[in-house]
Design a protein around this ligand. Structure first.
Ligand code: SAM
Ligand code: PRE
Length: 244
């Protein structure tokens, strides 16, 4: 399986097209996300810890916007309850076909994984004890976010948990500027050039729409979650736990 270095934005592009999860991105995705998202490995590890704690027997887990299945594998390797399954969904056919290979190469077969190529807005969530949205909601149209979260809350069993990880925005402009600068410094320290950072920024503009933590907390409460808060934040990347 390839885990190539992300050089997609290394050379000057005449026209930076909108970011999409196509084959080019799939080919470098593990390297791209690791070098772009502060705390990504920590968040995956905590998804495993939470799966051990929250996944109950005879229930389902959902990984929505699963990409190559990193969160699916974190859950799968840590679930201790009997008779569970994981449903992993992504609407990028290139992601899903590579994810099939990743899952096939994994030996933890006690927990079956079903990969689905679909819009996460269109799937049924049912009898769930754990749902993961790991850096996916930010790519969904804002007008569709309330309905999606209400659908997830409805399909979660009482006491079940949603992990929502997102790039976040800040209400105070100086803070927004500082966090953006520090994130770019993080990328530079991980080997991205100023050109790569600028072109990637242009590509995700209007594609990845971050919201404030207050907006996320409020939406989760409105959707029907009883207990909501942030468990992780590094700069403009955060992860929330919402318990039904
Ligand atoms: C940043 S990646 C997620 C990373 C992944 N969860 C992980 O932990 O490695 C976002 C993913 O969401 C998928 N996606 C975006 N919009 C979607 C939608 N409406 N329905 C399904 N998947 C979507 C993209 O194809 C992409 O694979
Ligand atoms: O904000 C950025 O600069 C990013 O590269 C972040 C981000 C993300 O949060 O999903 C954007 C696209 C890629 O999927 C990997 C990382």
């Amino acid at each position: 399986m390839t885990d190539s270095r992300d050089t997609l934005y290394a050379n000057p592009l005449a026209d930076v097209s909108s970011f999409s999860f196509d084959q080019q991105v799939v080919d470098v995705f593990p390297d791209m996300i690791k070098r772009s998202v502060p705390g990504y490995a920590t968040i995956l590890s905590m998804i495993g810890t939470l799966a051990e704690r929250y996944v109950t027997s005879d229930s389902r887990c959902y990984d929505l916007g699963c990409s190559l299945g990193a969160a699916t594998l974190a859950m799968r390797h840590n679930i201790r309850a009997a008779n569970t399954q994981i449903i992993a969904v992504d609407n990028s056919s290139a992601m899903i076909s590579r994810a099939q290979q990743v899952i096939a190469a994994d030996s933890h077969e006690e927990v079956p994984v079903t990969l689905r190529e679909a819009l996460i807005q269109s799937i049924d969530v049912d009898n769930a004890s754990m749902v993961v949205l790991n850096f996916t909601l930010q790519f969904i149209a804002q007008a569709e976010r309330d309905t999606l979260l209400a659908n997830i809350a409805k399909g979660l069993n009482t006491g079940g948990v949603l992990i929502l990880s997102e790039k976040v925005a800040f209400a105070d402009e100086p803070h927004q500027q500082l966090m953006t600068d520090l994130h770019h410094q993080f990328k530079r320290a991980n080997g991205y050039s100023d050109l790569e950072i600028a072109q990637k920024r242009a590509a995700i503009d209007n594609v990845l729409i971050p919201e404030s933590l207050n907006t996320h907390r409020q939406r989760l409460r409105n959707a029907g979650f009883a207990s909501v808060d942030v468990w992780f934040q590094c700069l403009n990347f955060a992860s929330l736990i919402a318990i039904k």
